[in-house]
Design a protein around this ligand. Structure first.
Ligand code: ADP
Ligand code: ADP
Length: 221
């Protein structure tokens, strides 16, 4: 579903953020991406989302070489990808339902379909009863689950998460990881950038480790 072939990314300032990175992630995989700050994790995710393009090498997503996707087609490409952020980036002046509905409203879905899909997404993350709640009234773990519901409400093929448990205690972090596992079990490809080695080494999924832009084979940091 995601394949990198000798991908390098050099920023204009001359810094090599990724160097000859190659890997394949299959459709129903859940893979962790780790590495110190500055190792290139965000850059790698940005290339998958086409927020940036590689300097050399090939990125293939769902069978499509991304170099063939014109800038005009980027929004269509992004709709296949759900993104979860560490600080969940919720809109605090809107309730849970409206936060989750936002991507569908932007895409122009009709009212009934929005309601059906938002409730299906909230059900998956266990927040169906909180749809009218305002985000400030939720715990950190619940807010993160709203962020996950919003990421999956468009039924993406790929779910990317950047430090999704960064602000959560170990127990809540484990619950969030279980949610990601449940999406991978229904065929969503999941890639999670995380520093939390204690947590991710326990979960027995493949771990990609970046060190100064290079993929390190076999092992953690
Ligand atoms: P990580 O997510 O692992 O912390 P990043 O992908 O953010 O790593 O960064 C990798 C390297 O690329 C770092 O040295 C960072 O300073 C550099 N970098 C990231 N974004 C830019 C940019 N827009 N312009 C120049 N350098 C950048
Ligand atoms: P409904 O048709 O009732 O709205 P959905 O279409 O939301 O139900 O989901 C149908 C099944 O497919 C569920 O079991 C769901 O977990 C799974 N599924 C398919 N794609 C996704 C996705 N991107 N994220 C989460 N679950 C998905």
């Amino acid at each position: 579903m995601i394949s990198f072939e000798r991908v390098s990314k050099r920023y204009p300032e001359g810094h090599d953020a990724l160097r000859e990175v190659s890997f394949d992630i299959a459709r129903d995989d859940l893979v962790f991406l780790t590495g110190h700050s500055g190792a290139g994790k965000s850059t790698l995710m940005r290339l998958i989302m086409l927020m940036d393009r590689p300097t050399r090498g090939k990125v293939v997503v769902d069978g499509r070489d991304l170099s063939t996707v014109s800038n005009r087609r980027i929004p269509g490409h992004r709709r296949q990808i759900g993104v979860v952020f560490q600080n969940h980036q919720l809109l605090f002046d809107r309730n849970v339902f409206d936060n989750v509905a936002l991507p569908l409203v932007i895409s122009g879905y009709d009212h009934r379909e929005v309601g059906r899909r938002v409730r299906a997404a909230l059900d998956k993350v266990g927040l169906l009863k909180r749809e009218r709640a305002m985000p400030v009234t939720l715990s950190g773990g619940e807010q993160q689950r709203v962020g996950i519901a919003r990421a999956v409400v468009g039924r993406p093929k790929i779910l990317l998460a950047d430090e999704p448990t960064g602000n959560l205690d170990p127990e809540l972090s484990a619950e969030i990881m279980q949610l990601f596992e449940s999406f991978s079990q229904v065929g969503v490809t999941v890639l999670i950038a995380s520093h939390d080695l204690a947590l991710i080494s326990r979960l027995r999924h493949r771990i990609l480790t970046l060190r100064e832009g290079r993929l390190v084979t076999g092992g953690l940091l």
